[in-house]
Design a protein around this ligand. Structure first.
Ligand code: FAD
Ligand code: PYC
Length: 417
C-alpha cells in the first residue's frame, strides 16, 4: 500500500491558487463582526448559514486556519445514520438526518446524499441483544431501524458471506434504510456558498491565536494571523482543536484528541450497495460513486494532534475487511489519511453556553460528527442567536459534567472506536 497524502497536494494547491472555495472567501476581514465562528468545517459554515437564514444575523465571519473543509469534514468516511440508543442522541441525529434529506435543494448544491442503507453486522448473541435494543428504542421513537436474518441481510448485500464456516459468522444484522452517505467536502462548499450569498464572510488562512476579553470577562474579539478582529459573540467549532481554543478563554473542556484514519481503494465496478459495519470485528466499508471502497480504521489510543495515525491500526482494519469479504483480498489501496477527533468521556457531543459571557462551544463530536453536520449547525446557530440551547440540544450542554448525568452513548460510532 502506498502512503500518500492528498492533503499535502491540496496544501500546495491552496498556496498556489488561494485555495479551494476561494471564490466564496472574503479577502480581508472587517475590523469587527456581530458573530465570529472559529472553524471552517461543515459545522461552522453551516452555523453561519443558519444564523443568516433563520436569525437574520448576517454580520458574521467564519475564520478558518487552513482551507474550508480541510479538517475532519473533508477527511471522514461520510456515514450518515440516526440509529443511536439514547434520546439526547436520537433527537439531534434524527433532526440532522431529516435536514440531509433536503440539503441539496436547500443549498442548491449537490451534496450527493445517498440513502443507500447502513447495515450493522451481528456476529454473536451480545451483538444481537445490543442491536435489538437499538432497533426497539429507535422504533419507539419513530426512527426506522430493522432486524434482518442472515438471509435477509444477504438479499440486501449479495457479496455478504453468511456461511457458518466464515471466519466471523453472521447471526443477523440491523439495517437503517434511510442511512447512507454524502459527498463530504461538497457539504462545506455548499454551506459556504449559501452563507456567502447571504453576506457571511469566510476568511481562510486565518488562524485564531488568542481570545480577548473585556472588563466583565465577556469576549471582545480574537487575535489571528491576520491581526485582531472584534466580535460581540464567538462560536467555537474547531473539531479536534476545541480544547486548545477554549483554553485561550480559560475554559477547560472534558475533551481528548485522537487521530482517526481512513483509506480508499482503486476504483471498481459498482458491487457494494450500502454501508456495512461490524463492531465486533471493527471494520466498515462502502463504495463511493467513483467506485472506490471507502474503509475506516480505528482510533489511535494515544492522544495526538497529528493528522496521520499508526500504521498498525490500518493493517488491522484491512485484516478484518479481508476476513469479512475475502473477495476483496486482491484490491489495491490507493490513499490513506487521518483526521483528529475530539472526544468526551461519554462519547456524546457538547453544544453549550460557557462560563465566559458570549462564548459558545460546539465540540466533542468525536468519530461521528459528519452525519450531525446539518443538525448540529442548525442548533448551534440557535444557541448563538438566542443564548440558550434549542429543545433538541438541551441534553448536550456542559451541565452534565457537573451533575454527572452523562449520556454514555457507548457505541457512538457503531464500530469499536
Ligand atoms: P472540521 O471539519 O474539522 O472543522 C474544524 C475546522 O477548524 C478545521 O477546518 C480546522 O482547520 C479549523 N481550526 C482548528 N483550529 C483553528 C484555529 N485556531 N483557528 C481557525 N481555525 C481552526 N463522522 C460521521 O458521522 N461518519 C463517519 O463516517 C465519520 N468518519 C470519520 C472518519 C475519519 C477518518 C475521521 C477523521 C472522522 C470521521 N467522522 C465521521 C467524524 C467527522 O468527520 C467529524 O465529527 C466532523 O467532520 C466534524 O466537523 P466539523 O465541521 O466540526 O470539524
Ligand atoms: O459515526 O457511523 C459513524 C462512524 C463510522 C466510522 C466513523 N464514524
Amino acid at each position: 500500500m502506498r502512503k500518500y497524502s492528498v492533503f499535502a497536494v491540496a496544501r500546495e494547491a491552496l498556496r498556489a491558487h488561494k485555495g479551494w472555495g476561494a471564490q466564496w472567501a472574503s479577502p480581508e476581514p472587517r475590523s469587527s463582526y456581530d458573530v465570529i465562528i472559529i472553524g471552517g468545517g461543515g459545522h461552522g459554515l453551516g452555523a453561519a448559514y443558519y444564523l443568516a437564514k433563520e436569525h437574520g444575523i448576517t454580520n458574521v465571519a467564519v475564520l478558518e486556519k487552513g482551507w474550508i473543509g480541510g479538517g475532519n469534514t473533508g477527511r471522514n468516511t461520510t456515514i450518515i445514520r440516526s440509529n443511536y440508543l439514547y434520546e439526547e442522541s436520537m433527537d439531534i441525529y434524527e433532526h440532522s438526518l431529516k435536514l440531509w434529506e433536503n440539503l441539496s435543494q436547500e443549498l442548491n448544491y449537490n451534496v450527493m446524499y445517498s440513502p443507500r442503507g447502513v447495515m450493522m453486522l451481528s456476529h454473536n448473541i451480545h451483538d444481537k441483544q445490543s442491536f435489538m435494543r437499538h432497533v426497539h428504542a429507535n422504533n419507539l421513537y419513530g426512527i426506522d431501524n430493522e432486524w434482518l436474518t442472515p438471509e435477509q441481510a444477504k438479499d440486501f448485500v449479495p457479496v455478504l458471506d453468511i456461511s457458518k464456516s466464515a471466519r466471523y459468522p453472521i447471526n443477523g444484522a440491523a439495517l437503517q434504510r434511510r442511512g447512507g452517505t454524502a459527498r463530504h467536502d461538497a457539504v462545506a462548499w455548499g454551506y459556504a456558498r449559501a452563507a456567502s450569498d447571504r453576506g457571511v464572510h469566510i476568511i481562510q488562512n486565518c488562524e485564531v491565536k488568542a481570545i480577548r476579553r473585556g472588563p466583565n470577562g465577556e469576549v471582545t474579539g480574537v487575535e489571528t494571523s491576520k491581526g485582531f478582529i472584534g466580535a460581540k459573540k464567538i462560536g467555537v467549532s474547531a473539531s479536534g482543536h476545541n480544547s486548545m481554543i477554549m483554553e485561550m478563554a480559560d475554559v477547560k473542556l472534558p475533551l481528548h484528541s485522537n487521530p482517526l484514519q481512513a483509506l480508499v481503494s482503486e476504483p471498481m465496478k459498482p458491487i457494494f450497495p450500502c454501508v456495512v459495519m461490524s463492531n465486533s470485528v471493527h471494520a466498515y466499508i462502502s463504495q463511493s460513486d467513483k467506485g472506490e471502497f471507502v474503509i475506516g480504521a480505528g482510533t489511535d489510543q494515544y492522544n495526538s494532534y497529528s493528522q496521520t495515525g499508526g500504521l498498525q491500526i490500518i493493517t488491522h482494519t484491512l485484516d478484518a475487511i479481508c476476513e469479512l469479504f475475502p473477495m476483496f483480498r486482491r484490491v489495491k489501496m490507493m490513499r490513506q489519511w487521518g483526521g483528529i477527533t475530539d472526544n468526551t468521556p461519554d462519547r456524546s457531543a457538547i453544544q453549550s453556553v460557557t462560563p465566559v459571557p458570549n462564548l459558545f462551544v460546539n465540540a466533542g463530536w468525536g468519530t461521528g460528527g459528519f452525519k450531525a453536520t446539518p443538525g448540529s449547525a442548525h442548533l448551534f446557530a440557535h444557541l448563538i442567536a438566542r443564548g440558550e440551547p434549542h429543545r433538541l440540544a438541551e441534553g448536550l450542554t456542559l451541565k452534565r459534567f457537573e451533575t454527572g448525568r452523562l449520556i454514555d452513548e457507548a457505541a457512538a460510532a457503531a464500530v469499536a472506536h
